[in-house]
Design a protein around this ligand. Sequence first.
Ligand code: SF4
Length: 173
Amino acid sequence: MHARNRTIPIAASSTHNPALEYMTTKKDEFVGWARKFSLFPYPFVTACCAMEFMAVSSTPYDTDRFGAALPRFSPRQSDLLMVVGTVTHKQAPILRKVYEQMCEPKWVMAFGACATSGGFYQNYAAVAGIDRIVPVDVYVPGCPPRPETVIDAIMQLQDRIARQPHPIVTRDF
Ligand code: SF4
């Protein structure tokens, strides 16, 4: 074989460190577990879905079981933006600003048909889904959604949080 055609083996990466990888995986599991049970919702409430938000926050549904009961009314102290109700184009910049003021990591829930897709408001004033303004992690269907549906969405979000990487300690640390 001509020397030019020979493949040259690539040397193993000198930065590969199994112990560090193991610790990073365990750290992700631990931080994910802690974060999924310490959600602080910021309710961005605009319309009639608010009644259902109040219902899901009430004692019979007990969202405290999921570590997601305590609403914060400052975006800087929240990590779950719950957009509850219709969002108009006039409100869109406000919603974006609230999202940007939240610290990382943060998640977004579209609560109800209006937040998800504009609902039945097919007009010039309503935004046809908040994912045109902010990234959405979980959508809750229904007009309004039942509290059980909201709880299901919280649990789905918690699963996602538990599985995602949580880069706190890096190789450069
Ligand atoms: S989804 Fe239905 S209940 Fe919720 S804000 Fe829209 S119209 Fe109101």
